[in-house]
Design a protein around this ligand. Structure first.
Ligand code: TXA
Ligand code: MG
Length: 315
């Protein structure tokens, strides 16, 4: 059900979660001052209560009013990347940010999305929490059709003409032990962040047992299909082992039963934009076993895509 900005604001005021567009992926929003609505979001998504939410703002005032320290580099990061695909996690005054949004942590995550319609909504409602608008564990939603597939057509969806430009979630930076750390790779490249900070924020490996973001502990981004990632070249013998290939439009996969392409192998931006639709297509075509061509450079622009594919391939 598509709704206008005014209708979305009215529904949110009555504790009804609404799907909101952002330049990264769609979010499922509730007001930060509305605990029953936040609870509904966890319930609707099937999301563990231990996994905190990102608070979406239309300006940084609320962040400055509740953070207990202003880490070096915070202002520069905000100036460089907001509105945009960067989330910052900082220590907060626990009386000012509801525990449910923080999952009980002494920190909270904030970003200003770069999406005019959603910013207009937040100006009316105040801060909105919004996890990605997908069932927990499934690929994130980058189109209204993805949201309807996961939740049904009853869910109010904020009407917009613009799509998710990045198609990959925000990059998360966490202030901890006197330095910025990468909690999640995402829409903003680490190279651009390093230029602003003057150092490259430390990164935990994908296999870390104690990820900085609680969300990284849970199964993520995954289609039903079993994914086998390959950094090598496709061999015709591979065809018999797989129902299909997730690959690139400038490469050929002779003998493959079905080929789904992201983009050309040199276009990371388009690949990121197509990623979640492509992962969802694997299930739409009921593929059980899929060869995934990840023969791309491990350069900053591919890192977030490789990270998502690696997580999607874990059972
Ligand atoms: O691009 C995005 O970030 C999208 C759009 C809708 O803004 N949102 C999104 O939210 O991806 P979600 O809930 O799917 O992922 C949020 C991540 C989770 O991994 C969560 O653990 C982490 O942010 N997070 C939130 N608060 C945190 C905190 N205080 N400390 C560490 N990680 C936190
Ligand atoms: Mg998510």
């Amino acid at each position: 059900m598509k709704v206008s900005i005014e209708r979305a604001a009215a529904l949110l005021k009555c504790s009804q979660p609404v799907a909101i567009p952002t330049e990264t992926v769609w979010g499922l929003a509730a007001r930060l001052d509305d605990e029953p609505a936040m609870r509904q979001i966890f319930f609707l998504k099937g999301r563990p209560l231990k996994n905190p939410l990102i608070i979406h703002l239309s300006d940084p005032k609320f962040l400055f009013s509740c953070c207990t320290i202003k880490p070096p580099g915070l202002h520069e990061l905000i100036d460089a990347f907001w509105p945009g695909g960067l989330t910052v996690v900082v220590p907060v005054n626990e009386n000012k940010v509801p525990s449910l949004a923080r999952a009980g942590l002494p920190t909270a995550a904030f970003r200003i999305p770069d999406h005019t319609t959603t910013l207009s909504l937040i100006k009316i409602t105040g801060p909105l929490v919004a996890p990605s608008a997908n069932r927990s564990g499934s690929p994130s939603a980058t189109t209204p059709a993805h949201i309807i597939k996961d939740f049904g057509s009853w869910l109010p969806i904020l009407q917009t003409k613009t799509y998710c430009r990045h198609g990959i979630e925000s990059t998360i930076l966490i202030w901890q032990d006197d330095a910025w750390h990468v909690g999640r790779l995402g829409a903003i490249g680490i190279d651009a962040i390093a230029t602003v900070l003057g150092y490259e924020p430390a990164r935990h490996t994908a296999h870390s047992d104690q990820p900085l973001c609680p969300g990284q502990l849970f199964r993520h981004y995954a289609p039903q299909a079993r994914l086998t990632l390959s950094t090598g070249a496709w061999k015709e013998d591979d065809a018999s082992q797989y129902d299909g290939v997730l690959g690139f439009s400038d490469r050929s996969y002779p003998g493959a039963r079905r080929i789904i392409t992201l983009s050309t192998s040199t276009d990371a931006a388009s690949a990121g934009n197509a990623l979640y639709s492509a992962l969802r297509d694997l299930d739409r075509f009921q593929l059980k076993s899929v060869y995934v061509d990840i023969n791309v450079p491990a350069s900053a622009d591919w890192l977030a895509i490789l990270d998502r594919l690696e997580k999607a391939s874990q059972s």
